[in-house]
Ligand binder design. Structure first.
Ligand code: SAH
Ligand code: SF4
Length: 334
């Protein structure tokens, strides 16, 4: 019986039992059914047989303590990573993985270098959250946001990602509000279109990273299938239907996508007041050089002067290979 279908275990039992089970797993954060003391011993034992709560993981804490990475070993020995990012404003964002590896092959991304192994099951997504929620509970802290920016392309595993979100959103369970979830995609249009039709208030982010098709196709092969124009059309339709802001992630790579000519092209694409650009310093993966701080400032000022909403992402956890694009599950840590 999987965790994301907990009620299956309680079919012939009173209704409140499922409620109690959800509370034990998602609020009390137990990692062993023996701790669910309001259940009879046989029930606890059968739950332990049917639904293992323990997750096999190794933790890495960054020197500045602002990020913690867990390297998780799944039942089939595949490895994935999940990272908690502690913002100074008190938000704790959990960056979760949606696949083992990624088939998209973006040139700047260590996960892309790994290639694709398989999709994650809803339970394997939920378990990343439970593992980190338990870890944070030890210091009286909790997860405030869940972002699908770990390994993998969430829209290639759409159903399992949405299933996990719905479970984590359940008021009787983990109870994290829809607005506290974000999905980041490299531009998989069917996913954008589908999400636009879900009546869910979760956030959408698009990894743009280049302002024209020629460069984007070089950096992100998916662009040959879903061109910028088509992606932008799908996003505009999403905004029309949902009236929600969309974040465009733009990582800055020295002498590749950080010139003012490219900033001007980017301005042309950002022609909606619900569009926000998030500038991300490129975290070195060996392929390119990061844009220096001064040039990031110049690029950002140019966008702001044109009236574009711009935010800048801090870089976390480079020392534990936990920053965006550096997740390679064990490749660098074993
Ligand atoms: N596959 C999805 C989600 C995971 S990648 C996507 O591509 O959106 C999450 C983010 O990390 C993306 O915005 C991606 O552009 C960014 N990223 C990838 N490699 C990076 C690197 N080396 N440095 C900084 N950001 C990177
Ligand atoms: Fe996959 Fe996203 Fe990395 Fe591209 S940036 S290879 S889509 S994880």
């Amino acid at each position: 019986m999987p965790l994301h279908n907990l009620h299956e275990h309680f079919i012939n039992q009173p209704k409140f039992r499922v409620k109690q089970a959800k509370k034990a797993v998602y609020q009390d954060l137990i990692d062993d059914w023996s701790l669910a003391t309001n259940f009879s011993l046989p029930l606890r034992e059968s739950l332990n047989q049917a639904c293992l709560l323990q997750v096999q993981a190794e933790f890495f804490v960054a020197q500045d303590k602002k990020s913690v990475k867990a390297l998780i070993t799944l039942a089939d020995r595949q490895k994935i990573e999940t990272v908690i990012l502690k913002n100074s404003d008190g938000r704790n964002s959990l960056c979760v993985s949606s696949q083992v590896g990624c088939p998209m092959g973006c040139k700047f991304c260590a996960t892309g270098d790994l290639g694709f192994k398989r999709d994650l099951e809803p339970d394997e997504i939920i378990n990343q959250v439970l593992l980190m929620a338990r870890y944070l509970k030890n210091s009286n802290d909790k997860i405030t946001n869940i972002i699908f920016m770990g390994m993998g392309e969430p829209f290639l595993n759409y159903d399992n990602v949405l299933w996990a979100i719905k479970v984590l959103n359940d008021a009787e369970g983990f109870n994290l509000g829809a607005r506290h979830f974000s999905i980041s995609t490299c531009g998989v249009i069917p996913g954008i279109t589908k999400l636009a039709k879900e009546k869910l208030q979760i956030n959408l982010a698009i990894s743009l990273n280049a302002p024209n098709d020629e460069l984007r196709s070089k950096l992100m092969p998916i662009n040959k299938k879903y061109s910028l124009e088509k992606v932008m059309m799908a996003v505009k339709d999403y905004v029309k239907r949902t009236n929600r802001q969309v974040m465009f992630e733009y990582l800055l790579i020295q002498d590749v996508n950080d010139s003012l000519v490219q900033a001007r092209e980017l301005v042309r694409l950002m022609n909606h007041n619900l569009f926000v650009v998030n500038l991300i310093p490129y975290n070195p993966t060996g392929a390119f050089k990061p844009t220096n701080r001064k040039q990031i400032g110049i690029f950002k000022k140019f966008l702001e002067a044109k009236g574009i909403n711009v935010t800048q992402r801090m870089s976390f956890g480079q020392d534990i290979m936990a920053a965006c694009g550096q997740l390679a599950a064990g490749k660098n840590t074993d």
